[in-house]
Design a protein around this ligand. Structure first.
Ligand SMILES: Nc1ncnc2c1ncn2[C@@H]1O[C@H](COP(=O)(O)OP(=O)(O)OP(=O)(O)O)[C@@H](O)[C@H]1O
Ligand SMILES: [Mg+2]
Length: 412
């Protein structure tokens, strides 16, 4: 408080002290300071309202976007760079601007609002080692409605951005942060799996989501684990993304080969995952291929992983998807029922898939063309992934006959 600092300064001033007698002045100053403090507290209590939102709260990120939108004139931005390395080696980075820590003044609803974003240097989240953050809104007056309005507006803004889209979260420290802009939903029908496979999984997930009573009545944790396994490029990740879109769920993406992952952090992350999301653990085999590297750096242990998976339970549906190219490398304990309830092989393209993909890509062509493509392709490449086929079609975008005639050239 500036006033009390000032008064303290006076007290320490030798001239001042000597002239007026230290004791008397000290008492008077203390009284004055007390008075100022009480006055300030009184003022705050009665004429100012504040709202503090910690970073843990779901609305925190909505509010950050809201502030960015409203504090257009603020000069102090901080950047949040998300970084994701794809299996293909492609790297995707994205910059999101946010109001930087500090004060921002926003004119809203015919009122000045002070927004303070704080990042505690001393206070660290024990689970994660990341600094504790919060935003505090302060407005003059007593009307709380203004905060409700802001929260409402921030929520609507966020939901509008997410409408018809799938939000991807990645783990940052101990939290899940939205990664990049929400993606347009991928229709399930665009991922062509072997006959019956899509239905089998979709039906299972929907039954699960629709039946919380069944689990609670039997005292079974309300969660379900899925494992998709098979060669690269056959649609495991694409299918899960499309499934999330179909369900209106978001995806919490996590790589077990992340070197900074520890047992505690994994456990914590799984327990704070946003509602209505699929937890996606990609390449679960990768984590334990090289046990030495892992014990040294990551501190993620196999038993830690099992415990975290078992601990994933909440009053609402918890869906965990795992993918791997090498199911034979997985420990039986990881994929036993309760941790993995449904396993599905996603393999190279069958005749059925090839014909379907052809038909989807070239809707104008007769069925027989799709069959011919499938037959020719399989005779040359008995093991072909959907990703290769997709690449081939892209080379013959408008030329279905070319796609058929050149099946030999499908890239290995
Ligand atoms: N069954 C499929 N139907 C349509 N497109 C597919 C299919 N499988 C793969 N693709 C396409 O191939 C590309 C790679 O697919 P995806 O990432 O889903 O493979 P994956 O099985 O997860 O591979 P990996 O094991 O390497 O992670 C994507 O662009 C996707 O659109
Ligand atoms: Mg994948």
């Amino acid at each position: 408080m500036p006033l009390s600092d000032f008064l303290d300064g006076l007290k320490d001033n030798p001239y001042f002290g000597a002239g007026f007698g230290l004791v008397g002045v000290g008492t008077a100053l203390a009284l004055a300071r007390k008075g100022a403090q009480v006055g300030m507290v009184f003022f705050r209590r009665n004429y100012m309202i504040t709202l503090e939102v910690p970073s843990r709260d779901k609305s925190y990120h909505w509010l950050l976007s809201w502030i960015t939108k409203h504090a257009r004139h603020t000069q102090h931005l901080s950047v949040e760079t998300s970084y994701q390395a794809h299996e293909s080696g492609r790297v995707h980075t994205q910059f999101d601007f946010h109001p930087s820590p500090g004060n921002h003044i926003i004119w809203y609803g015919r009122k000045w609002i002070r927004v303070e974003r704080t990042r505690e240097k001393q206070m660290v989240d024990l689970h994660t080692g990341t600094p504790w953050e919060s935003v505090t809104f302060t407005a003059l007056g007593r009307d709380r409605q203004i905060f409700f309005n802001i929260l409402q507006e921030a929520r609507e803004l966020a939901l509008k951005q997410e409408e018809g889209r799938t939000v991807m979260y990645t783990a940052m420290g101990g939290e899940w942060r939205p990664f990049g802009f929400p993606r347009r939903r991928r229709p399930l029908s665009s991922v062509v799996l072997e006959r019956g496979v899509t239905d089998r999984i979709v039906q299972d997930v929907k039954d699960f989501i629709g039946n919380p009573r069944w689990y609670t009545d039997r005292g079974i944790p309300y969660r379900r684990g899925y494992l998709l396994y098979g060669p690269p490029g056959c649609g495991k990740s694409s299918f899960i993304t499309a499934l999330a879109g179909e369900l209106g769920y978001s995806i919490c993406l996590m790589s077990l080969s992340d070197r900074t992952l520890s047992d505690d952090r994994l456990n914590h992350l799984l327990s704070v995952a946003p509602q209505q999301s699929i937890i996606l653990l990609e390449d679960v085999d990768a984590a334990f291929v090289n046990p030495l590297a892992f014990q040294g750096m990551g501190r993620l242990t196999f038993s830690g992983l099992l415990n975290s998976l078992d601990g994933v339970a909440s009053s609402e549906a918890r869906i965990v998807f795992m993918t791997t190219n090498y199911i034979e490398r997985l420990d039986a304990a990881l994929i036993r029922p309760g941790r993995v309830d449904l396993k599905q092989y996603i393999g190279h393209c069958s005749h059925y898939q090839l014909a379907q993909m052809f038909g989807r890509f070239y809707p104008e062509t007769p069925h027989s063309d799709g069959d011919r493509f499938a037959q020719d392709a399989l005779s040359v490449h008995p093991e072909i992934s959907a990703a290769q086929v997709q690449g081939h079609f892209l080379l013959h975008k408008t030329d279905p006959q070319g796609a058929i005639n050149n099946v030999r050239e499908i890239k290995e």
